[in-house]
Design a binder for this molecule. Structure first.
Ligand code: ADP
Ligand code: TRP
Length: 327
């Protein structure tokens, strides 16, 4: 069976963009493939040397993913730092990774520019660690965003190079797996662009109803169309895109018709949209709170995930040692 690996940086709470752009696809993948989903806590040290209480941060994210429906019975869900085998492979890969090629990686150059006081070796070797994450399970498919393409090319290069240097056909070349079928971009409600943490316009799954209503009611609108069937300006289009994502087709059609005959009342649209978002997120929020409070359950999930991941990783690393010559 094909193997899927994906890593998630622990960078904050999940928002609607993360859910519809990424998490929803993980839910589908876990039914079709042997999946390994992990939280990349080591990677975050390349930019955040003092992450605070890693365990607390990691569990917050884990609770959110579990609340969304990522199922520890179907996929292996684990924390990167629980699987030390990854480090051994990282070391082996680094022995055949060259300074020049690592320095040419765009995200390295970008981060080096952003944090000139901390251009550390971990930052430089981010792609080898990522490659180790992936090929430690001999993965075939890696669901990632377009921004990860260069890291994925490096992972393929390192897998290929290992095979060539040691004269084996051991690691498959992992391919990026884009969610083409329904590549949704969740818009921000502040007039333009996408919803994102750094954009400061995110509606989080863990937001309570009052917070969501407040955020939606603040959405940017205009004075309304004056001609029937006008093209919608971006801010308005974004509101309708959001309706399409979270509301029923009837609701969408209702407001679309109102817009087309210039009778739209944005206040009504926003109220409806807010209620539909609340209806969607409320059960997830409830599960997040439940799961976060259940420390024993979280412990169990983390331990079970680590065990599954280590089983697969140690099988690989034993072979790798033998191939290299540690017999
Ligand atoms: P953010 O942009 O909030 O920092 P990340 O970059 O951590 O989010 O993205 C995590 C995942 O969520 C990625 O797979 C990304 O493609 C997806 N994602 C983030 N924002 C959106 C959005 N507005 N619409 C669709 N997918 C998104
Ligand atoms: N670099 C990825 C990101 O920034 C996170 C990541 C680390 C990852 N290791 C991975 C993704 C392995 C897929 C597979 O989003």
């Amino acid at each position: 069976m094909e193997i899927v690996v994906s890593g998630i940086r622990p960078t904050g709470n999940l928002h609607l963009g993360n859910y519809f752009g990424a998490v929803k696809n993980f839910l589908r993948l876990q039914d079709e493939y042997k999946c390994f989903f992990f939280i990349a806590d080591w990677h975050s040290l390349t930019t955040h040397p003092h992450p605070g209480d890693v365990t607390v941060n990691v569990r917050k994210i884990l609770a959110e993913y579990l609340a969304c429906g990522i199922d520890p019975e179907k996929a292996a869900i684990y924390v990167q730092s629980d699987v030390k085998e990854i480090l051994e492979l990282y070391l082996f890969l680094n022995m055949n990774a060259y300074l020049g090629e690592l320095q040419r990686v765009t995200s390295f150059k970008e981060k080096a520019r952003k944090q000139p006081e901390n251009v550390n070796a971990g930052l430089l070797t981010y792609p080898t660690l990522m490659a180790a994450d992936i090929i430690i399970h001999k993965a075939n498919k890696v669901p990632v965003g377009k921004d990860q393409e260069q890291n994925m090319e490096m992972a393929r290069k390192f897998a290929r190079r290992f095979n060539t240097i040691y004269g084996v056909d051991f690691f498959p070349e992992p391919e990026s797996y884009y969610f083409t079928g329904e590549a949704v971009k969740v818009p921000g409600l502040d007039g333009s662009g996408k919803m994102g943490k750094s954009e400061g316009n995110a509606i989080y799954l863990v937001d309570d109803a009052a917070t969501i209503r407040k955020k939606v009611m603040k959405a940017v609108t205009d004075s309304g169309p004056t001609e029937p069937n006008s093209v919608k300006p971006e801010a308005i289009e974004n509101l309708f895109t959001m309706l399409k994502i979270v509301s029923s087709p009837d609701t969408y059609d209702y407001f679309n018709e109102k817009y087309n005959c210039c009778e739209i009342r944005y206040g009504d649209l926003k109220k409806q949209l807010a209620e539909d978002i609340v209806q969607f997120t409320a059960p997830i929020r409830e599960r997040i709170l439940e799961i976060s409070a259940d420390v024993a359950y979280m412990d169990k999930v983390v331990a079970q995930g680590a065990e599954k991941a280590r089983e697969s990783a140690s099988r690989t690393i034993k072979e790798v040692r033998k191939i290299i010559g540690f017999k």
